[in-house]
Design a protein around this ligand. Structure first.
Ligand code: 13P
Ligand code: SF4
Length: 355
């Protein structure tokens, strides 16, 4: 099922994804502009901490509401700066999953996209998981449907399925183990089988294959915003900033990863920038990451590899929407038990892999 509840036709993709693939087909051309009123990093241009009717700043109101309701606000590293600043915890997909599983809070508010909130609901069914923007989705997650995966599994009997967390709960339920960009190599190496089917991200699978002797069967999914980065754009960025260290996300195409000084997850990039002796960086991921990078390393300089790496779904949330979500406890995400139990097995198997 799609997040709107309509069944997916076998072999076809949701219209939303077909539209994005069509828009993205000329990858060298810019296809998304910066959202009006926002900077390239997705932050609101106006002062974000406006006061509400009680005279409190929005940040204070949101934190007060969260305290009263015993709610934890989790935010992905790509959401707008003002949302990251009000959240209790920001992180990459793996860190957020771990925190969602460990928290004592009654309510988890997930500032990110649907698959992230679904993962929290899979791990903590007794908690109320809220997704502030109900149609915040991940086009890549929609590129694999349960029907299509069942068909492919039948063609590859006995071969384990590794599924990126950027996937629906129904697809996770059909998988042997999940992975994130932070642990994909460890996950692939943890399996006994010499052959693996990886869904949905082709680029992540190629990255894993380049670090493993295993045969990896690809799924032709991709992130429309990471997949847009090409050699020409990176060469231009390197020419403009010759002394910068280039870090790329594994969702980028292999020819871009080959030009990178390092490849890692979003939080991996923050850690690397903090620990590195380098002072200048070119960042090959969604531009929302520039905010936590600049906060973590105020004395260092970060250039986006391309300002076109902009995920509109991650930018849909505002402080007003977050406040309303907490007030009304709206946008609840649940996963039916017949899907949650097998999906939990795949997520837990991933989380048991340390390192
Ligand atoms: P990470 O933050 O796990 O690196 O993932 C990037 C991403 O695209 C999340 O949607
Ligand atoms: Fe999905 Fe790409 Fe957006 Fe991440 S950046 S949520 S992979 S579309």
């Amino acid at each position: 099922m799609t997040k709107k509840g309509e069944p997916l036709q076998q072999g076809s993709l949701p219209r939303r994804v077909q539209r994005i693939i069509k828009i993205s087909s000329g990858f060298n051309k810019p296809f998304f502009s910066i959202r009006p009123g926002h900077t390239a990093s997705g932050a609101l241009k106006k002062t974000p901490y406006t006061t509400d009717t009680t005279g409190q700043t929005m940040k204070d109101t949101i934190r007060k509401l969260a305290k009263e309701k015993n709610a934890i606000i989790l935010a992905h590293n790509y959401v707008p700066a003002e949302i990251q600043d009000v959240a209790h915890l920001c992180g990459d997909s793996l860190e957020l999953s771990i925190r969602a599983a460990e928290t004592d809070a009654d309510i988890i508010v997930f500032c990110g996209v649907r698959f992230m909130a679904e993962t929290a609901a899979i791990l903590s069914p007794e908690k109320t998981v809220l997704l502030p923007v109900e149609d915040a989705g991940c086009p890549m997650a929609d590129m694999v449907t349960p029907e299509a995966l069942k068909k492919r599994k039948a063609q590859l009997p006995g071969i384990p399925v590794v599924t990126y967390v950027n996937s629906t709960a129904a697809v996770k339920a059909l998988s042997d183990i999940c992975c994130t960009s932070a642990n994909v190599i460890r996950v692939v190496e943890s399996l006994d089988s010499e052959e693996i089917l990886m869904t949905p991200d082709r680029n992540l699978a190629l990255y894993a294959a380049s670090h493993s002797s295993k045969k990896i069967h690809l799924w032709e999914g991709f992130c429309p915003f990471h997949n847009t980065l090409d050699r020409k754009t990176v060469s231009e960025a390197k020419k403009a900033h010759p002394d910068a260290f280039f870090i790329a996300h594994p969702e980028c195409p292999p020819e871009v990863l080959a030009m990178a000084d390092a490849v890692t997850s979003t939080s991996g990039m923050i850690r690397m920038a903090k620990e590195s002796e380098h002072k200048k960086f070119i960042i090959g991921t969604e531009t929302g990451l520039l905010h936590p990078l600049r906060q973590a390393c105020p004395d260092k300089i970060f250039h986006p590899a391309s300002p076109e790496m902009y995920c509109p779904d991650m930018k849909k949330i505002t402080l007003e929407i977050l406040k309303n979500t907490l007030e009304k406890e709206s946008g609840r995400v649940t996963v039916p038990e017949d899907i949650r139990i097998p999906a939990l097995k795949a997520v837990r198997k991933m989380m048991a892999i340390k390192g």
